[in-house]
Write a protein that binds this ligand. Structure first.
Ligand code: C2E
Ligand code: MG
Ligand code: MG
Ligand code: MG
Length: 274
């Protein structure tokens, strides 16, 4: 005989789950119109050269305002990936960032660093989209960096290699984002031609607890393979000084600046120069 679910119990049990699903459903629907309704924007967070305090690059971070509320990219990027919208949204960010970087009049040498989802990277149309974005913005490829999370190491090795080679042959640089948080196969660092490693802010926060083991290990790996290193989540002068002393090349975090709209980035830049 079939067991029957007691009416009422399921609802109580899953009320939270139900709310979460409803919420996600609303976000899915909203996301489809985010571009056409002009709800997306890009803010930029400077990345500083720890050696001379100059501005080296700015990371483009996507923002979505939906029903007058900011939705965090940690929430909506995975949804965009799930429903296949990441290609369209990723292209939009890439184009916006290339145009802004080609036009910013402060520090002409300051590069723009754009986050690229692994799903977006692995798409056959990605390299074409990259070329179009650079060309239509008139941005020198040397001024574009792409940030790819280390989960890329879990993907099809040959295909990743192909995409990385295509990117590198255009003189666009590649950063491995959130390094140390995933499950990277270290051997892949050897075979793939990346440029920078971003040390996740979790490890910078660990300094507060007296632990710098992961950062030291990462620096050894970076040195061995010839990668530059970027420390994320620099919130204090102490973080900045300690990482620089340890040999981290570039620094990014609220201590220097929050992610800013491009106009405010220009103002921040002028103040930073003085
Ligand atoms: P991420 O690429 O690792 O970006 C760094 C995140 O740390 C950003 O969060 C940034 O605002 C935040 N952050 C920077 N400095 C500090 C600090 O000193 N302290 C703390 N506590 N946080 C700091 P955000 O903007 O919310 O972005 C979250 C994640 O969403 C990004 O992590 C990235 O993985 C993803 N993301 C953002 N924009 C895009 C995009 O255009 N495309 C893709 N595929 N992913 C994006
Ligand atoms: Mg990033
Ligand atoms: Mg990061
Ligand atoms: Mg991170």
């Amino acid at each position: 005989e079939q067991k029957r679910i007691q009416p009422g119990t399921v609802g109580v049990f899953n009320a939270q789950l139900y709310d979460a699903l409803k919420e996600e459903q609303a976000l899915r629907e909203g996301l489809r119109y985010a571009i056409s309704r002009r709800e997306l924007s890009v803010v930029y967070q400077p990345i500083i050269n720890g050696g001379d305090n100059s501005v080296w690059a700015a990371e483009a971070l996507l923002r979505w305002t939906f029903n007058d509320e900011p939705i965090r990219p940690d929430i909506f990027i995975p949804i965009a990936e799930k429903i296949g919208l990441i290609h369209e949204i990723g292209d939009w960010v890439l184009n916006r960032a290339c145009i802004d970087a080609a036009q910013w009049s402060f520090g002409k040498e300051v590069a723009v660093s754009v986050n690229v989802s692994v799903i977006q990277l692995m798409d056959d149309n990605f390299i074409g989209a990259l070329d179009r974005a650079l060309k239509s913005a008139g941005l020198a490829p040397e001024k574009l960096h792409l940030e790819i999370t280390e989960s890329v190491f879990a993907d099809n090795r040959e295909k990743v290699q192909m995409q990385v080679n295509s990117i590198k042959s255009r003189n666009v640089q590649i950063s491995i984002d959130d390094f140390g948080t995933g499950f990277s196969s270290l051997s892949q660092l050897q075979t793939l031609d990346f440029d920078h490693i971003k040390i996740d802010r979790a490890f910078v926060q660990n300094l507060e607890e007296g632990s710098d083991t992961i950062i030291r290990a990462t620096l050894l790996i970076a040195k061995e393979f010839g990668y530059k290193t970027i420390g994320e989540g620099i919130e204090t002068l102490d973080h900045a000084e300690r990482l620089t002393r340890m040999g981290v090349d570039f620094l990014q975090g609220y201590y220097y600046a929050r992610p800013l709209p491009v106009r405010e980035l220009a103002t921040w830049f002028e103040q930073h120069q003085q």
